[in-house]
Design a protein around this ligand. Structure first.
Ligand SMILES: [Zn+2]
Length: 697
């Protein structure tokens, strides 16, 4: 075997380094299993026996304390593969060498590269040359075996867990409100306070139908909810703290509160990026569901009803929440807004007014969790409009022209850099050629010189390869620059953008897509005014103050101008007259409607303008009764005289009720037999005088 080993390790390989790969899986093994460590380091002696000087045996043990199940987080194994692929490794040594990588893919990659670079692999059993088919077969098998070694116990464990779960006997961390008794049975927590807290939670949900309301009740009454410490020295202790929304939801969704035993509600899997994600499994696919396995807090029907309610609630609130692709709905910044006070993402809520949808931007995550008011709540319409204006202003042909000019400038500089890199490659090629010629010219018997010249040639070749690779890579990157056609497309976008943006037929979704092309995110702070921080793609920032949006009642307010006008007109005109005059001037009420006498009356009342009646009285006008007394008539007669112009009355409301100007020193008298229409002339004079009086007043 020693002979065989020496045959597989060629003399030329001794010039390269030997890599001793040492691996121990867990921290516990690191502490306890020192014997294996000693065995691994003993391999160093094997390498020395094969002819490697001790200083050329490199130990890689960076994987200490880490599991070998994947190469992704193991620097050591990566480094080993790199060294082998660069042809710097003369041999790879390891204890039970297939455990270098406990994953077939990693292992076979190492074998493949080892075969190409002629790197033998050595474990306690012997030396293998991956380039030989039989050796590779054996090595492959060893790799598969160690993967199986990992898999089989795990599968056995999983099988055991499943079996226990199927019988409903698996120990699962009890949900709050349950404990295991001395017989290992799950029972309702005998602690009265715990039990009542859980019962109160379910009762409140039964009454209100909302998890939020449950949290609000607990917070409002200053009630705390129990929780158990699961780790650390105080494991198993009971602590009390406020009830959070997420906790309440978890409890309401948990079927174990019906007394059922459930297994397989979630499923954990690994993503392409190497993260673990836990997914919820739909109820039909739960692995085990045993109803009435133990006592519970609610029955199954109630549980199902609760699920339906929660589902409906969640739909009612909409899931238009996180950073997300554009959805229907007019909120331009949906998914792009960040709260400037707490840094969380803000969400969108819509409210409808006069048949139109208006967005509100809300930061409510923390608020929901602890039943507190939302962190920020800002009507979105004004914000959307301001952002739209900025975008239209920012994306113009001029700005794009500048951007493209800069691009052009960069391009010419890149060409220059490319020429320089080409020259570097040429120089490297020349030097490699020089080294080759020097090597060929040397006397082959002069081994020492020949060897060093060969090494020099190799070095030069490597440098050449590197230079070439850098050059190619860089050029490929630079090639991403724009051609004429793309430039034209971008410029046309700039010209079309404002038009497209303002076109009422552009769907909201498209507009939102455009925003996403241009903006990274928008941060919003509400103080005595609003501040918007826009972050454009590419890192440009722009801050913008905005006045606080009007509250909804403020938006419906009548303009100051209209109110002043009404105040002025009330001296001389009635409500219907004023309404007609304002409409004639093209003015509108706060709600955007034409004025009516009812609206004018409401404005007079709500802005506490002096009523017309009081104004006329102040000007010395008499009521119908007073007038009747002055004239010695009954009030019916006063009105008739007024209609016929004998006296002058001023209507103070829409029903033709009047106040009357004082008839002066010589009031019209009763004149039996004379037609009222004939007497009007005399009255004109009286009226004029009365008017003068009125103006003085
Ligand atoms: Zn916030």
């Amino acid at each position: 075997m020693t002979h065989d080993a020496h045959r597989k390790v060629k003399a030329s390989r001794l010039k390269r380094n030997a890599y001793l790969y040492v691996r121990r899986s867990t921290l516990r093994q690191v502490v306890e299993n020192t014997e294996s460590t000693q065995r691994q380091y003993a391999l160093r002696q094997h390498a020395a026996a094969l002819g490697w000087p001790l200083e050329r045996i490199i130990v890689i043990d960076t994987a200490l304390g880490q599991s070998g199940a994947s190469a992704a987080d193991r620097e050591g194994f990566q480094r080993l593969v790199t060294e082998v692929s660069m042809g710097r490794a003369g041999i790879v040594l390891g204890l039970e060498v297939s455990r270098l990588a406990r994953n077939s893919l990693d292992w076979h990659r190492l074998l493949e590269i080892g075969a190409l670079t002629g790197t033998p692999i050595r474990d306690e059993d012997g030396v293998y040359d991956p380039a030989h088919f039989n050796d590779r077969l054996l090595l492959g098998l060893k790799g598969t075996m160690s993967e199986a070694e990992l898999h089989v116990p795990r599968a056995r464990l999983q099988g055991g867990i499943r079996n226990k779960a199927r019988r409903g006997e698996l120990f699962v961390r009890p949900p709050m409100g349950f404990v295991y008794n001395a017989d290992g049975k799950l029972v309702v927590d005998p602690g009265q306070q715990v039990q009542q807290s859980v019962r109160l939670l379910f009762e409140t949900f039964r009454r209100t139908g909302s998890a939020m309301a449950v949290v609000r009740l607990f917070a409002g009454q200053g009630l705390q909810f129990p929780r158990r410490v699961h780790t650390g020295p105080n494991q198993g202790d009971l602590t009390w703290a406020g009830l959070e929304h997420s906790r309440a939801l978890r409890i309401l969704h948990n079927p174990r509160y019906t007394g059922a035993f459930v297994y397989g509600r979630t499923h954990t899997r690994k993503t392409v990026e190497g993260n673990w994600v836990t997914e919820r499994v739909p109820r039909q696919e739960w692995e085990v569901l045993i109803r009435e396995a133990h006592a519970g807090y609610i029955d199954w029907d109630e549980y199902e009803q609760n699920q339906r309610r929660l589902h409906d609630n969640c739909r009612a609130y909409g899931d238009d929440r996180r950073k997300s692709p554009p959805r229907e709905g007019p909120a331009l910044l949906q998914g792009l807004l960040i709260c400037g006070r707490c840094g969380k993402r803000m969400t969108v809520r819509y409210h409808s007014r006069r048949g139109q949808l208006f967005p509100d931007y809300v930061c409510q995550r923390e608020g929901i969790e602890h039943a507190e008011p939302a962190c920020q709540h800002i009507p979105g319409a004004g914000i959307d409009e301001a952002v739209g204006d900025i975008l239209v202003e920012a994306v113009t042909p001029v700005t794009l022209e500048v951007a493209l000019a800069v691009q052009q400038e960069l391009q010419s500089r890149l060409d220059e850099a490319d020429r320089l890199r080409q020259q570097q490659v040429e120089r490297a090629r020349y030097e490699a050629e020089l080294a080759r010629r020097r090597y060929l010219r040397v006397d082959p018997d002069n081994r020492l010189v020949a060897d060093s010249l060969e090494a020099d040639w190799n070095d030069k070749l490597r440098l050449l390869a590197e230079a070439q690779e850098t050059c190619e890579r860089q050029r490929a990157q630079d090639r991403k620059l724009l051609d004429e056609q793309q430039r034209a497309a971008i410029l046309s976008l700039a010209t079309n953008f404002p038009q497209l943006w303002r076109d009422p037929f552009t769907p909201d979704r498209e507009r939102k897509r455009m925003v996403r092309l241009l903006l990274e995110d928008v941060t919003l702070i509400r103080e005595d005014h609003l501040t918007l921080h826009l972050r454009f793609k590419g890192g440009v920032h722009r801050s913008m103050p905005l006045p606080l949006p009007l509250r909804s009642w403020e938006q419906r307010q009548t303009s100051r101008e209209a109110i002043a006008e009404i105040d002025r007109l009330l001296d001389h005109y009635t409500y219907p007259e004023i309404a007609a005059m304002l409409n004639g001037k093209g003015m509108q009420s706060g709600e955007g409607k034409p004025f009516t006498s009812r609206i004018v009356a409401r404005i007079q009342r709500s802005y506490q303008l002096t009523p017309r009646y009081d104004r006329l009285r102040k000007a010395g006008m008499l009521t119908v009764e007073e007038m009747a007394k002055v004239l010695g008539l009954n009030s019916q007669r006063v009105k008739i005289w007024n209609r016929h112009g004998l006296i002058r009355g001023h209507p103070y409301n829409g029903k033709n009720d009047c106040l009357y100007e004082h008839p002066g020193d010589s009031p019209p008298r009763k004149a039996m037999g004379v037609k009222l229409s004939k007497r009007r002339l005399a009255a004109e004079i009286v009226a004029q005088r009365a008017e003068e009086v009125q103006y003085e007043a």
